[in-house]
Design a protein around this ligand. Sequence first.
Ligand SMILES: Nc1nc2c(c(=O)[nH]1)N[C@H]1C(S)=C(S)[C@@H](COP(=O)(O)OP(=O)(O)OC[C@H]3O[C@@H](n4cnc5c(=O)[nH]c(N)nc54)[C@H](O)[C@@H]3O)O[C@H]1N2
Ligand SMILES: Nc1nc2c(c(=O)[nH]1)N[C@H]1C(S)=C(S)[C@@H](COP(=O)(O)OP(=O)(O)OC[C@H]3O[C@@H](n4cnc5c(=O)[nH]c(N)nc54)[C@H](O)[C@@H]3O)O[C@H]1N2
Ligand SMILES: [Mo]
Length: 662
Amino acid sequence: MRQFITVCPRDCYDTCSLLVRVNDAGRVVSVRGDPDHPTTRGLTCPRAAADHLRLYANRVVAPAIRVLDKAPAGAREASDPSAGFATESWDEALDLVARRLRETIDTHGPEAVLYLSYSGNTGLLTLEVPQRLWYALGATQTDGALCSKSGSLGLTMHYGARYGLRPEQLADAGLIVFWGFNASVSSMHLWALARQARRDRGTPIVVVDARRSETADSADLWIQPRPGSDVALAYGLIHQLFEMGAADLPFLNRWALGVDALRAEASRWTRPRVEQVAGVTQRQLTRLAEAYSSHSPSATMIGIGLQKCNGGADQVRAVSFIPTVLGEHRGFYYSNGDSCSIDHGLLSGQSLAEKSSSVVSQVALAELLNDGRFKFVYICGMNPAATLTNAGTFASSLRRRDTFVVVHETHWTATTALADVVLPAPSYLEKEDLVVPWSHNHLQVSPQVVAPVGDSRGELWAMRELARRLGLTSSWLYDDPWEAVRVALTGALEPDCWESLRSGQRQRLRDRPPDVYPTPSGKIEFDSGLARQMGAEPLPVQRTLQEPESGWFTLLSSATRKYTHTQFQEVHGAIPAVVQIHPADASRLGLSQGDETVLLNDVGQAVVSVSISEAVPEGVLWSPRQWSGQNSLMSSLPQETGGGPRFNSTRVQVIPRRQVNT
Ligand SMILES: Nc1nc2c(c(=O)[nH]1)N[C@H]1C(S)=C(S)[C@@H](COP(=O)(O)OP(=O)(O)OC[C@H]3O[C@@H](n4cnc5c(=O)[nH]c(N)nc54)[C@H](O)[C@@H]3O)O[C@H]1N2
Ligand SMILES: Nc1nc2c(c(=O)[nH]1)N[C@H]1C(S)=C(S)[C@@H](COP(=O)(O)OP(=O)(O)OC[C@H]3O[C@@H](n4cnc5c(=O)[nH]c(N)nc54)[C@H](O)[C@@H]3O)O[C@H]1N2
Ligand SMILES: [Mo]
């Protein structure tokens, strides 16, 4: 038995260090948290703990070329994503892919080629360096806005960069607030650090969530705004803090611009108005203001879930002002992806390419594909047929006969079912990589732990084989990838630690200081010059909320413990298609526990079963994300700021099944 230390590369707050045991036959037998990691401290989530099983379940083991037509939507064959393919050699498959790529470029130009990748494996050698081929060709890229981009841009408008506090600061916090952030599920390691602060120092934990989430359930104080009303709540709170004399005026005078404008806007949010718009009682608002004013410093942990709605960027902008008004430099956490300087343009090839590439909206992609402008689509590390907005239209556009679809995947998925060629990819346990964390700043190389399963081959290798077949000669397509990583990390690491990082030592990334604000003025800009330049409101704005309408509901969807998006269904079974509904709503609709109903809106429809629960307020549904068919309800209209999705503003009608049947 051998043991390896590696890093989970999934799109997650925690980026855990993992201990992997491999038996003498070369099979992984267990994956556990690494107790020596300063942030993740040996705790294992139910996903990593099942990675030794997922590694061998439902894998794509050889290149596969489609021989039967793609099954139409809803057909029985569509439920077996490996049906309709014949196994081929890599040479055969890559020759075909290269030929179709060349034909598309010659006939329609490189912009008719779409490269689509996302969050399956965020390692630099898996996600970024293989992009070089697509930048070299001038293929169309997406803006990657499906997850956190709207909130990131929102923070950049006021602070010049989005980075905030580090997880270790939770130990010294006087108050920890999880705002639109279901951390006990989506970030169990940050949650564990918060709980430890509560145990060690009595630090209160506040949760601001539109429903009684698992995290809200364990909070000392739970504040429940209506979905999408957090700008109102944040302004109301800021108004209270100014009124109570809790705002740090010397700090604001020294570090911020637009304080008067902020104060004037906040003063419009009186307690009765906040109650009317956000549904937060005056008593609850006072309790929240007292929690913030009497415990310092506060750590405001802003969830990615907070910004997936109409006006989502503004929700993040407004909430981030709270710790700032209290005199804290970057007293929020959202994502620390830009807390150190890494040359992503060099890694991906974007800054090396001679041709410029056009960039399209990821959220609006279904419609763009549907109009037939892309003739060749290459998908890697993403399962968009289940996770993208308007997934029904997306899937039908991949069925177009004039669109050739290649998917490089570890597993058979809803998206491979729509491919013309499927290429088998090794998972993170089968290749070397380097993963840059979202929250903490501990960096370590992940070694190859076992041989690739079946005939799977890495993204970088496939990229180069295609480049060679297309006759591309730029040397940066064939560079030593670790040398590219070394150069890209020059500003992010202490000068002499590269060698020890490469040899497996853990190193810390060099943080940018919290009191540096790369805005045009070099200060915190409440009244944002960048927002003005972009045609957005200089201060965040509360959007008008939809009036309650009989039979219509707001559908929230968020992360669950056992799955990373659509991953781990191979091990834990299918994500249940269920919605929570308030007992009063269920009784109005004549629904009982477990009843089947249809959710319907102008984007699509889906069948779900009902779970009656007081965890959701009246008029709101909650559903685990992303069971098969869920995203056929999700609008592909991007947010105005940052182009993010509006998942949590989805409106649906609930139609009892028997009404549909009759
Ligand atoms: N309804 C709803 N939909 C949502 C959201 C929501 O809140 N509600 N949230 C959105 C968010 S935040 C996100 S981040 C997206 C996530 O969207 P996706 O990135 O599509 O998420 P996954 O389902 O994890 O798909 C990743 C795929 O990569 C594959 N993979 C894993 N490792 C590797 C590897 O090493 N190489 C290759 N080639 N493939 C690999 C996995 O098998 C998996 O099929 O979903 C979005 N969709
Ligand atoms: N187990 C697990 N962990 C994960 C992932 C996973 O798939 N599984 N995915 C990872 C990824 S890619 C992401 S993006 C993160 C997402 O993790 P989070 O940032 O925690 O986001 P969500 O899971 O969407 O849930 C956020 C909470 O916001 C609440 N909410 C929704 N709208 C509003 C609103 O308008 N106001 C307020 N105050 N609350 C609101 C929801 O009820 C929900 O409880 O998790 C990461 N971690
Ligand atoms: Mo995400």
